[in-house]
Design a protein around this ligand. Structure first.
Ligand code: FCB
Length: 440
């Protein structure tokens, strides 16, 4: 790996912070969904999470010990601006500003995600992503952030996994909400406009480099034949009617200035969003780096007619607790295909796994499957870099066990075990494994 390659860990505000009402924070959709008890597994609550809001010093010490060069975390919009479009909450801003200072003092580069799923609830009530006015509120939020900390943070990522911000048991709306095809396309469009507004604001600070972090299961050619490789590539960027999980609908407008041709073909005209003059220009202002969260890949072969077929993993396949297939080659083919297409400096902004973590009497967690997972995936990412991908960094998900969204606290992804009763942090074997692996 090149010298400037950055090793990091990632978290997200709602998954770790807790402190839902502290220092003037207002509600997000996650506060509301967890209160209700109906949405999050075993009625787990968002309110405490890891209490990282109050325990950040401990978490920082852990990162120092781990030796990471970067910490990717997200800001909670509802902590900074009341209800998303109300008064500025100085205490919330001061909190993040100090956090950034502490990281910089420790020589850990902050990578800030502006939006990682925690939509202010009041904005949701006003239509959320469906209401084009969200672009005004988002723009203002980013202006406030940039005024306060833009001069000292060099890397911002606008959106985390925009594919998951579209509702129905995913990350950005309330699951019971029902949306038509046109609604969903409109939400994507408004989100992309928010991205564009954010880029415009961030660009005013010369030091800032701007990235974007979508997701999607990578595609792995079943064999190394030219046909299978082409089929995997085709499948990765394909657009299918009613399926908004793909990469190209979310990334082509940003990088190429338009939705993919097939998007216009598979959607009925009445289902397309209202694309106003200037929208695509706003969306496609240049960004500096491209990120992707990759946990698994789908195996693809050629169908023999210039098309593709997704095939099931073979019988020996191993799955994590999320039921995601362990497929290290996803960190070879994903970066390779994405870099070929978008040609931007590339980061893996999330990768990791949830396995059964048993804590021993002497407070150790021997999570060798996680160590093996990390090792194998990083090996493949390195191979992709050796083959020409301009890879700039890898962020392990996650520093801490945390609230795994609708799964509650049962699915642990951390390098550090968190006792959710006492909030004690206990580094797992994988913590020391990763530490050793990234040591200069
Ligand atoms: C990703 C999310 C992240 C975390 C991991 C396990 O989809 O971005 O917040 O939940 O999955």
């Amino acid at each position: 790996m090149k010298n400037e390659f950055i090793w990091g860990v990632a978290t997200a505000a709602t998954q770790i912070e807790g402190a839902p009402n502290q220092d003037g924070k207002t509600e997000t959709i996650w506060d509301v969904m967890s209160k209700d008890g109906a949405f999050i597994s075993d009625s787990h609550q968002v309110d405490t999470a890891d209490d990282s809001y109050n325990k950040f010093n401990e978490d920082l010490e852990l990162m120092k010990e781990l030796g990471v060069g970067a910490y990717r975390f997200s800001l909670n919009w509802a902590r900074i601006i009341k209800d998303g479009d109300g008064e500025i909450n100085q205490k919330g801003l001061d909190y993040y500003s100090k956090l950034v200072d502490d990281l910089l003092d420790a020589n850990i580069e902050p990578y800030i995600t502006l939006f990682h799923w925690d939509l202010p609830y009041e904005l949701y009530k006003k239509g959320g992503w469906l209401n084009r006015d969200i672009t005004k509120a988002f723009k203002r939020y980013v202006e406030v952030v940039v005024d306060a900390i833009g001069h000292k943070v060099n890397h911002f990522i606008t959106f985390n996994e925009p594919q998951c911000i579209l509702g129905a048991r995913l990350g950005g709306t309330i699951p019971e909400a029902k949306y038509s095809a046109r609604d969903r396309n409109t939400m994507v469009h408004n989100l992309l406009l928010c991205h564009g507004e954010a880029v415009k604001v961030l660009r005013k600070c010369k030091n800032i480099k701007i990235g974007y972090a979508p997701c999607n299961d990578a595609r792995i050619p079943l064999t190394s034949s030219k046909e299978d490789i082409e089929a995997a590539r085709q499948s990765y960027f394909d657009v299918r009617r009613g399926d908004l999980s793909g990469v190209s609908v979310f990334s082509d407008p940003i990088i190429f200035g338009n939705y993919p041709k097939k998007y216009y073909e598979v959607n009925r005209i009445e289902d397309l969003p209202d694309i106003k003059e200037g929208d695509l220009e706003l969306i496609s202002q240049p960004i500096d780096f491209y990120c992707q969260n990759i946990y698994q890949g789908l195996y693809v072969k050629s169908d023999g007619n210039g098309g593709y077929k997704i095939v099931k993993p073979n019988k020996n396949a191993v799955y994590t607790l999320m039921n995601w297939v362990v497929s290290p080659e996803s960190l070879y083919w994903g970066p390779k295909f994405l870099y070929e297409r978008y040609k931007l400096p590339f980061y893996i902004t999330e990768n990791g796994c949830s396995v059964t973590d048993i804590i021993t009497e002497d407070k150790k967690v021997h999570d060798s499957p996680r160590c093996e997972y990390i090792k194998q995936y990083i090996y493949q990412f390195k191979k992709a870099i050796d083959d020409g991908v301009d890879g700039r960094g890898y962020f392990c998900w996650s520093l801490l066990d945390n609230l795994e969204w609708f799964e509650g606290y049962k699915k642990r992804f951390g390098l550090v075990y968190v006792d959710f009763e006492t909030y004690e942090r206990i580094p797992k074997d994988s913590f020391y494994f990763y530490k050793n692996l990234i040591k200069k």
